[in-house]
Ligand binder design. Structure first.
Ligand SMILES: Cc1ncc(COP(=O)(O)O)c(C=O)c1O
Length: 408
């Protein structure tokens, strides 16, 4: 028998056994607990821009509220936002979509949830390149699907090799998840890579693609982002192109993600959303129109700042002899390798057997929060987000150097 404030045995659904707290959120919770004890914690753990939402976007939200845009919006998105999304896909990705092929959700996360809930039966396989954003396997498993991981090694820039992809496809494969620029590695992809992947997909006509392009605007060193539906127009009818305003426009709290894809699938996803959240906050949708139609200079200023920080953080980490650190080409994460630290003992007496041990000891002893790479399926690495101030980054890199120097 359980105590009165616990759930009775057997009451929770079986799927709850498969649902874990994402490590990114768990690490943020640990950092918060330390802060509650009065400690000053430097957090490089969360993938959240430190910029404010652009003023023009906030003004548009204010106007929308005063204009009475305060009623239930359509489940699949307001006509105004869907039109702005269609313009965005045409302008930035060379993709043409009809309104029936567009849907707006509570962040990109709900797009993924809707897509997998609408399509994944128990035992269906979803190919997830590794390292991966933690939510993909969690959501796939929630619906009884089987995440099938394909390794993207550091030596090849964490890119997805077409032959490795093909080797992982089975008759049960329903989806391939692509995420470039990538969370957690910052890897990007090239037109040539996508062409090779498309060639594989042509041989497997049942496999659909969820292309998560939420970090699209954050690419560096003169690269241009490419979408698989653009590279392989013949595959567009089985590609979901996912994007959102969270990362590019510093709008994580507004909860707006969107997707372009085949009308039948979008209809099924809208059907699921109509039974869960219904339409997305009308004010957030009005704000997102202003973001997507607004001046691109706003995004460019943030991108340039991330770029500068990226080089600063990689430069600092490369000064630490025990770490390896590839230069990421996109997003706002670096993914240093810590193999040389495994098996050592920290200055505080903690044995570092894994990258998780490293992350916990770093937090406890130097008050720097990062996420261990094994949480993204690939250790021993760390994921550091540089979407935070220069001062915090300089201080945090110094503390990491002190921590590593103290290992014996
Ligand atoms: C790769 C990736 N996709 C999707 C999302 C979802 O973002 P949101 O739900 O805020 O749109 C995130 C957020 O961290 C992400 O890193």
């Amino acid at each position: 028998m359980t105590s009165s404030n616990e759930v009775p045995d057997g009451f929770l659904a079986g799927c709850m056994d498969r649902l874990e707290t994402p490590a990114t959120i768990a690490m943020a919770q640990r950092a918060r607990a330390l802060k509650a004890r009065g400690e000053q914690v430097l957090s490089l753990a969360l993938g959240e821009p430190d910029f404010p939402t652009p003023a023009g976007v906030i003004e548009a939200a204010h106007r929308a509220a005063l204009d009475g845009q305060t009623k239930y919006p359509p489940v699949e998105g307001t006509p105004a936002l869907k039109a702005a999304i269609i313009r965005k896909f045409a302008r930035e990705n060379g993709l043409t979509y009809e309104p029936s092929e567009i849907m707006v959700s509570n962040g990109g996360k709900q797009v993924i949830f809707n897509a997998f809930m609408a399509t994944v039966n128990p035992g269906d396989e979803v190919i997830v390149p590794r390292p991966y954003w933690v939510s993909y396997p969690l959501i796939i498993s929630l619906f009884g699907g089987v995440p099938v991981f394909v390794d993207c090694p550091e030596e090849s820039g964490f890119r997805l090799d077409a032959a490795a992809l093909e080797a992982a496809i089975t008759p049960r494969t329903k989806w391939l998840v692509l995420n470039f620029p990538n969370n957690p590695t910052g890897a990007t992809t090239t037109r040539a890579d996508l062409e090779a992947i498309a060639e594989v997909l042509r041989r497997h006509p049942r496999v659909h693609v969820l292309s998560d392009e939420i970090y699209e605007h954050l690419v560096y060193d003169g690269q241009a982002h490419v979408s698989i539906a653009q590279v392989a127009p013949d595959l567009k009818s089985r590609v979901l192109t996912l994007n959102g305003v969270s990362k590019a426009y510093a709008m994580t709290g507004w909860r707006v993600g969107y997707v372009g894809g085949p009308a039948g699938l979008i209809r099924a996803m809208a059907s699921i959303q109509s039974s869960s959240t219904s339409g997305i906050c009308s004010i957030s949708q009005a704000a997102s129109v202003a973001a997507l139609d607004g001046p691109s200079g706003v995004v460019e200023v943030m991108r340039e700042t991330y770029d500068r920080r990226r080089r600063m953080v990689v430069g600092a980490l490369r000064q630490i002899p025990q770490l390896t650190c590839a230069m990421p080409l996109g997003a706002f994460y670096v993914y240093p390798g810590i193999a040389a630290c495994i098996g050592r003992t920290s200055a505080g007496g903690r044995l570092i057997r894994t990258d998780e041990d490293f992350a916990i000891a770093l937090l406890e002893e130097q008050h720097v929060a990062v996420v261990h790479g094994s949480a993204f399926g690939k250790g021993p690495y760390l994921r550091l987000s540089y979407a935070t101030s220069d001062e915090i980054l300089v201080d945090a890199c110094g503390r990491i150097a002190t921590f590593v120097a103290g290992l014996t």
